[in-house]
Design a binder for this molecule. Structure first.
Ligand SMILES: [Zn+2]
Length: 222
């Protein structure tokens, strides 16, 4: 899953509006941030095989450090504690519970779409994956449904602030995410791991910054 992960950021924001959106938008992709760096250094492995699933060309052959359940739990605590340190008003418990949950949500949503390549404990060992990526239509439907639910929750929990960004920003942002969801399976296959990594990392940062900008023009009701 790529864009659908962001729906978890907004679900968590709804749970506790005092947590800023930026660490939640970074948190839901934190496991992929790690993966994109680890493959560059050979710590983890993937191969690009065009046509492997209908949605992408990724044979994710070895990723226990970023994408096992044990690693997900570990990184959730590390990320949550780091957020609590950097954002003083959060507090350790809220940092670990809410920002940590953002990281952990990545594992759950990845299991839905990946082919069985998500290690439960470690690699070698049991791997999970329900394989929604095998169908373009199913992937787009599931991710769009999650985003629609997130958008609905978001416009109910916050009000438009001043200016055009306050008024239309949230809807344009979610519209952009849905377009990205539909376009992703049709994008050209990256030729090298460096190309894939740099595109992905830049994409995660740009989306998080856009989300923060849009959210800064929203007013929270309670
Ligand atoms: Zn992932």
């Amino acid at each position: 899953m790529f864009v659908g992960h962001y729906s978890a950021s907004f679900a968590l924001k709804r749970l506790d509006a005092r947590v800023p959106i930026f660490p939640l938008l970074i948190g839901v992709q934190f496991m992929d941030f790690l993966f994109m760096v680890f493959i560059l250094f050979g710590v983890e492995r993937m191969e690009i095989v065009p046509g492997f699933t209908e949605v992408n060309a990724f044979v994710l052959s070895y990723m226990p450090y970023s994408h096992s359940l044990v690693a997900a739990l570990f990184w959730s605590v590390v990320y949550g504690a780091a957020c609590a340190l950097l954002i003083r008003h959060l507090g350790l418990a809220r940092g670990i519970l809410i920002c940590g949950a953002a990281v952990l949500s990545h594992y759950v949503l990845d299991v839905l779409v990946h082919t069985p390549d998500m290690p439960l404990i470690w690699d070698p060992g049991t791997k999970l994956g329900l394989g929604i990526w095998k169908s373009r239509i199913a992937t787009i439907a599931v991710e769009t449904l999650f985003l629609a639910a997130a958008w609905f929750a978001y416009i109910r929990m916050s009000k438009p602030g001043p200016g055009a960004v306050g008024k239309y920003g949230a809807s344009v942002f979610f519209g952009f995410l849905v377009l990205l969801t539909i376009a992703t399976p049709f994008m050209p296959v990256p030729k090298t791991l460096i190309e894939l990594s740099s595109q992905a990392l830049a994409g995660y940062v740009i989306i998080a910054l856009l989300g923060r900008w849009v959210d800064s023009r929203r007013i929270y009701v309670d």
